[in-house]
Each structure stands twice: as C-alpha cells, then as structure tokens.
Write a protein of this length. Structure first.
Lengths: 490, 197
C-alpha cells in the first residue's frame, strides 16, 4: 500500500485544492442541479432522432429490408458498416477501464466511468443492425442454441457469424456488469446526500444498499481486478471476431490475415475519438476541468495518433499485398476499386486515408494534443474516417464480384437506411444524456483514492519523500505516522 | 438478526485511522467494521480480515464456462446432429475456440458479480443501517461493537484520543432488511432473539 508514490514531475491528475468532500460536491452537482437549457435541447434532438429511427425500423419490418438499396452483390451496405462502426466505438470504454487498469495508468480514473457508459450505449446501437438486418426479426431467437422442435436443428458453431453473436452479447453483458459494479459506491454517495424523497428512493434502489464496509471494498477491489483481467482479452477478442466475419470469407479485399490486429487498432482509434468528443463537451458543460484535465486529453490523443498510425500501416500493407500477391482479383479490388481515385468508390477510399492516416499525424505536436478545438475537430474527423473505412471494406469489395454480368449499379442508401443510422445516434445520445444527468459521470471513489498521490495540492507535500531511504519509505505511511500493520503480509 | 449497541468513531484522515485501528484492536475492543468512502488499501489487513476468495470462485466459474462450451458444442456438432461440411471432421475444436473463450469469460464475470452481491448482501430494495451519512462522502467511520462489559464513555474518550473527530453511540440492526431509503422504518423491531454475546 505504501509503495504508491508518484513523482512531482508528473502532471497532477486532479487540479486545484480539493478535499474528499469537494470532490463529491463537484461531481454530484450536475445530478442535483436542474438540467440546463442546453441539456434539454440536446436531449430533445436525440429523442427526435431516435423516433425517426424507430419509424425507419417500423417501415423496415413492415415492408422488409427491400426498402433498403441493397442488391444482389451488395448484400451488406450501410447497416453492417454501421454495426462495425458502433462496435468499434464500443471498444474504448473497456480498454480504458480494463487494460489501462492493468497497466496502472492513473489517468484512466478521470474518464473511465463515462467511457464505459459510452461503450455500453455504443454496443446497444451496434446490436440493432444485425438484428433488424435479419428481416424477419421475430425469428431472431433462432440464433440461440436451444433444444427445438425442428430436429433439434442446432446453430452452426463453426460459423463466424455465430461467434459474433456470442462475442457481442458476452461483451455487452460483461461491460455492463463491470460498469455497474463500479457505479455502486458512487450511487451510494449520491443516495446519502439526497434530500428529495424521489432521489432517496431511486438511488436507494440503484445502490443496492451499499455501505462502504471494509470487507465489501476488499471484495469489490478483487472483483474489479478480475473483471479487468477478463475484459482485457475479451475486448481484443470481440473485434477480432468481428473481423473474422470478413476474413474467413473468400471475397477479395476481405480474405486476409491482417484483419484482426487491424480491426482492433481501428476500434481503439475510433473509440478514443468518440470518448474525446464526449469528454471535451462534458468537462466544459459540467465544469469538470479539474478532473478531466488537459493532461487527460493529451494522453488520449497520444493513443489516437498511435492507433491511427497502426491503421495506416495496415492500409499500406494491404495495398502492397494487393500488388505482391499478383492475384488479379486482389489487385483489382485494391488498386482499382479502392486506391484509384476515379473509380466509382475511389472518393471514399481517399476520404478514409485523409481522415484516418494523414490528419491524426497533427498530434505529434504537443501544442496540438493539448488544444481543445483541434482535439474536438479531430475526434469527429477520425470517426468520419473510421466510418469510411468500414464502408470501403464492405462496399468496394462487394459491388463488383467475380461475374461482371452481376456487377451492381452504384449502391447508395435510401432515406430509411440513413434514418436507421440516425436513429442509433438518437439511441446513443438519449442514453448518454440520461446517464450524464442521473449518474455520476466521473468515478467518485476512484478519484478520491488517487487524490492524495496525484492531486495538485497533495503533490507538493510529497517532495520530502524524495530524500527518504527506500527501506524507510516502503515501511512507513508516506512519512506521516508510522503504520504498523499486524497482517503486514503485503 | 438482532439489534446491537455500537460505538461509532469518525475519522477524516487515513493517516490517523490506521494507528487508531491498531490501538483499538490492541486494547481488546471488537471492531465491527470500518466504513470508508473509497477502498483504503491495507485497511483489511489492519483489521485482521482474511483475503477474499472471490477470485478463486471466479476461476471455478470460468472453468465451468469452458467445459459447458466444449461439452455442449461437441455433443451438438459431433453426436446429436453431425453436419457434413465438405467432408471435414465433425469434431472441429479450433473453430470452437472463440465461443469457448466467450463463454468462459461470460460465466466467470456473471458468476463473480452474483457471488459478490451475495457475499456482500447487495441487491435492489435491500436496506442496511448506515452509521454515518458521510461514510460515503469524506469520513472513515469506525464502528465498535459493545459487550456487557464495555464502558461506553471510556471507549468514546479513547476514540477521541485516537483522533476521532466525532463519536457517537447507536443501537442498530446489524443485518439487512427489505426497505426503502426514503422511509425511516426499522424492521425486526424488538425481536426476542438471543444476542450474539
């Protein structure tokens, strides 16, 4: 316990003079205050989009997915593009809360709670696409292996599409459990401050009767650590399996072994961009600049430039292999359908290149990484780029298949395909607005835990520790009163 | 479930709390629990609590998930309804790894969370006695169980000497009951049960 020490040289994670109570006040304030006009405007726009999406889906079920512009060769269009896009976005939260926990990255505490919430909502949005794409959606339960009266005829466990069902549903469940178990202590904090009856009741139910007992905290820590350990390979497996949907087929442009790492890097890239979009807004609207500092923003921008470059390397490798394999179908897909600017979809390929590979390079400059406007603008650019990436992969590989007579006319979506996509934005932001209003957007207990070692006002006091001999430091309570533990096993 | 008498001492600094825990325990008092707003590392050892076995339970759930997946898929695809897919073997273990992995994680995670909630008795609509409302905000609340021999005033002044900023005596239900946080009802009232001491 006493080995937690941070150099004064490191940027503080919490700015300003804060006490534990001040932390509670700052983070719970938006929950207890009346929502602002801006919140209402945003919320109503989100609900309107959601309603439009619901209407699009209603038409989809009534008239069938024939109302989409899919055709004989382009059987996957906007819907699967959007599915992969949302799943990718849904990777950042668990990455931040699990992988960065294992890597002992202290800065994750400022952003993990909102990022996890974002993950859950993004996966909810993603799930809509394969479900409604089934057409006869009332048969959706056929994807589950259950003893049935048709044989029983089982699902095909060798199929990547079924792997996807298991991967996405497991990912959603585990992320939800991880997020909510972490929320329990913070909901209890809100409950114990509540002064209205309704709030007492709501947070009383939601916090499961959490008391803060030492034994409960001990189990809670163990639970978080193991869930983080489980989620780490899980988050990598999910987008790997999504990439298998493509990679195990024999479509030129899809049939490649580079897909799993390339998809995972792309997922982290777009997920972090979405986290940036939301964080830049949240820290401003909720006045949480002291907790989500420029240092946090910079750390995430570093991840963005890293993963963006990994994705860039993957694009170039694919192009190289398209030529080096001397396979004419691969060559046609990569060098005509994609990389040739004047081919029907060439514009989308170069849009992707510009958004994903070229523009994030701006983050090599510290000044740009720490600039909020650049960050916000880039976070949107990156997500547009990542949408193009999935569109490029899906449509440019499909619209001209092996048989020229079946080559499709130019595929462009109908308003109902677009409406469905807009609807998932509505779902995402409706959920996020409700979360931001009714739940603590920052992990209160975790911030309190790191406050004394990484808070601005506490860092100075740690200076004298630099001169303490390691043996003394390791066995004393940071030079305060010497703590003699009877257990002392650690 | 029984009502018991507790002496409550509130601390506002971890650095004061640790020596206090040590002194109280050396003096022979039984610490019922310490309620903290965040996980204070090392406090469990200072209180003499044993390590939790939750992670072992997680491992067992994980192994259950693995065997469930391998067992059911191999029965389904190799025995119950073998499919001839290009003459490939029905028992296609490599193709089952993704689902096996997912089910391992799913069983471990769900099992652990349920076990955690069971062990800590956490569930919606469960209510417990809270010794101090600020225990989830900024106070470290030490709760000491009284016996027949406990001199409450001595203990209170002892706590204050150890650095407690606030001391208090409460008679409280130490278990949980189904209740609401917007109402101050106390169940199990005047129940004639033999107290633990």
């Amino acid at each position: 316990m006493h080995l937690k020490y941070e150099s004064q040289l490191r940027e503080p994670l919490v700015n300003g003079e804060k006490t534990f109570h001040q932390v509670t006040e700052d983070i719970v304030r938006p929950i207890e205050a009346k929502p602002s006009r801006l919140w209402y405007i945003g919320f109503y726009i989100a609900v309107a989009l959601l309603l439009f999406g619901i209407y699009s889906i209603y038409r989809d079920v009534t008239y069938g997915i024939g109302q989409w512009n899919l055709n004989k060769t382009v059987g996957w269009g906007w819907d699967i593009t959007n599915f992969v896009w949302w799943v990718g976005i849904g990777h950042a939260g668990t990455l931040i809360s699990a992988i960065l926990l294992l890597f002992r990255q202290g800065w994750r505490t400022g952003v993990n709670r909102a990022a996890e919430a974002m993950t859950i909502f993004a996966v909810m949005c993603a799930g809509q696409f394969p479900i409604w794409h089934m057409g006869r959606v009332w048969m959706a339960f056929f994807v589950l292996p259950y003893p049935n009266t048709r044989g029983p005829l089982w699902v095909n466990f060798n199929s990547p599409l079924l792997w996807d069902v298991f991967a996405i549903s497991t990912y959603f469940t585990v992320s939800l459990l991880f997020w909510y178990s972490g929320l329990l202590p913070d909901l209890a904090t809100v409950r114990d401050r509540a002064f209205t009856k309704l709030r007492k009741r709501f947070y009383g139910v939601a916090s499961f009767g959490w008391t803060g007992s030492t034994k409960h905290w001990q189990r809670h820590e163990s639970l978080s650590l193991v869930l983080a350990g489980l989620s780490t390979p899980l988050v990598l497996s999910v987008h790997t399996i999504v990439s298998f949907d493509f990679a195990t087929s024999v479509i030129p442009g899809w049939h490649t072994t580079i897909f799993p790492p390339y998809f995972v890097a792309g997922a982290i890239f777009s997920g972090f961009a979405m986290v940036q979009t939301l964080m830049v807004i949240i820290r401003k609207v909720f006045e949480m600049e002291d907790y989500i500092t420029i240092g946090h923003i910079e750390a995430m921008n570093k991840v963005i430039v890293l993963t963006g470059s990994i994705v860039g390397i993957a694009y170039l490798t694919e192009l190289f292999m398209g030529w080096y394999s001397q396979n004419k179908y691969e060559g046609y897909t990569f060098w005509y359908s994609r990389a040739y600017l004047f081919s029907p979809y060439g514009w989308s390929y170069w849009g992707m290149m510009a958004c994903n590979v070229l523009s994030p390079q701006i983050f090599w400059f510290r000044k740009m990484r720490r600039n909020l406007f650049v960050t916000f603008f880039m976070s949107i650019i990156v997500n547009i780029g990542m949408w193009f990436e999935r569109f490029v992969i899906i449509v440019t590989s499909l619209y001209r298949d092996y048989l020229p007579s079946s080559w499709s006319v130019y595929y462009s979506p109908t308003i109902w395909e677009v409406g469905f996509y807009a609807g998932t934005f509505g779902l995402f932001f409706t959920c996020f607005f409700l979360f931001a209003k009714y739940f603590p957007v920052i992990a209160i207990a975790e911030i309190k835990y790191v406050l004394k070692t990484t808070g601005e006002s506490y860092k100075d006091k740690m200076g004298h520790l630099e001169n303490v001999a390691p043996e003394v430091f390791a066995h004393s309570g940071h030079g305060h009163t010497v703590v003699e533990n009877d257990g002392a096993a650690h | 479930m029984a009502k018991k008498k507790f002496v409550v001492g509130c601390f506002n600094d971890e650095a004061v709390l640790f020596p206090a825990v040590k002194k109280i325990r050396t003096a022979g008092y039984k610490i019922h629990d310490v309620y903290t707003p965040f996980a204070v590392h090392g406090l469990d050892h200072a209180l003499g609590l044993r390590e939790t076995s939750l992670h072992t339970a997680g491992f067992i759930y994980g192994v259950t998930g693995t065997s469930t997946a391998v067992g059911s898929i191999s029965w389904i695809l190799a025995k119950d309804w073998p499919l001839n897919i290009g003459g490939k073997p029905s028992f296609a273990l490599p193709a089952w790894i993704p689902i096996t992995f997912e089910l391992t994680v799913l069983f471990a995670a769900v099992g652990m969370v349920l076990t955690f909630c069971y062990l800590c008795q956490l569930a919606p609509f469960v209510k417990k006695h809270h010794f101090h409302a600020r225990a989830t905000d900024d106070l470290f609340v030490m709760v000491i169980e009284c016996t027949d021999k406990t001199n409450v005033d001595d203990l209170k002044s002892f706590l204050s000497n150890c650095g407690a900023i606030e001391t208090d005596v409460q008679v409280a239900e130490d278990g949980w009951w189904l209740g609401r946080y917007d109402k101050n009802e106390i169940l199990f009232e005047n129940k004639q049960t033999v107290a633990a001491y």
